[in-house]
Design a protein around this ligand. Structure first.
Ligand code: ZN
Length: 300
């Protein structure tokens, strides 16, 4: 297996979701969790705060922009109707709900602290995955939904971890001298090799992989918040499955707190101790459950 084939989709589904159907799915996924969350997300559609259409000259990608607590946040995305786009809508509206809930904070504390910035978005995607799995009977489609989620988790927790380790070591080496591109290539190769071992063959041009990660220049160590956010959501979601509705107000309070405190303190208000390995194990238990579900779907 070559590294360029690692993310090849398994059992591709070509189903197209009209935008209205995507809206209904995301609102239902949010509403099943919390009617308040659904209400907040609905406002984005009612107030035309989502730019979803693909147009010539429009910027690519997707984001949710919250400027100040007094101005509502807006979503930009490029909706083409595939399953990934529906997940992106849930992701960006997760950010949107976060901004709407934290608008009671001052401008300084309105934005979430960096490691928590991807919490609501990833949680929103997880709610959507759950809804799809509860509704979908076709084993091919189910397998594709499960694979997409599992691959997403692996890409975020393992790959972003490699990126973060590369970045730490590059900065440590930079203490002594300027690093040449070749030295960065070598370091990149070494850190990726630790992940792939002898299971994946890295193609030669992959040595330049570090050069297109804009975060290394524009948002240093942001990659860490993807890892933290993903692992946190896995554990929080498992906690939700265990606690049921009692979890919901605590979670909404967490989002409402914005950037008023450090992640350990914000989470301890929910009764979570981030230093307890048992809490993080919950996340891995959830991953195991997803893999078991996939095996069952594939009839293994
Ligand atoms: Zn995001």
């Amino acid at each position: 297996l070559k590294n360029c084939d690692v993310y090849a989709p398994v059992g591709e589904v070509n189903k197209v979701f009209p935008f209205d159907e995507a809206r209904d799915k995301v609102l239902k996924a949010f509403g099943d969790f919390s009617p308040e969350m659904e209400k907040i997300a609905k406002e984005f559609f009612e107030e035309s705060r989502i730019d979803a259409a693909v147009r010539h000259g429009k910027t690519g990608g997707a984001f949710c922009s919250g400027m100040t607590p007094r101005i509502p946040s807006y979503v930009l995305m490029n909706y083409t109707g595939n399953l990934r786009d529906v997940a992106t809508l849930a992701h960006e509206l997760g950010h949107g709900v976060h901004f709407s809930l934290s608008k009671k904070q001052t401008l300084v504390n309105y934005d979430a602290v960096l490691p928590m910035a991807e919490t609501a978005s990833v949680f929103g995607e997880m709610l959507l995955t759950r809804l799809f799995l509860s509704e979908e009977q076709d084993p091919k489609v189910r397998a594709s939904i499960l694979c997409a989620k599992i691959e997403d988790i692996i890409a975020t927790t393992f790959r972003q971890n490699v990126l973060t380790r590369f970045e730490i070591h590059a900065h440590l080496k930079r203490k002594d001298k300027l690093l040449s591109p070749q030295e960065l290539c070598d370091l990149w190769w070494e850190e990726n090799g630790k992940l792939f071992g002898d299971a994946v063959e890295m193609i030669p041009s992959y040595k330049w992989g570090w050069s297109y990660i804009s975060h290394f220049v524009h948002a240093r160590f942001y990659c860490y918040s993807y890892v933290f956010g993903e692992l946190l959501v896995l554990s929080l979601f498992r906690q939700y499955l265990e606690d049921g509705k009692a979890f919901v107000p605590k979670y909404l309070d967490l989002l409402s707190a914005g950037g008023t405190d450090s992640p350990p303190n914000l989470l301890s208000a929910m009764g979570i101790d981030v230093n307890d390995p048992g809490f993080w194990q919950k996340g891995y238990d959830l991953v195991r459950d997803l893999i078991m579900e996939l095996k069952k779907t594939l009839g293994e």
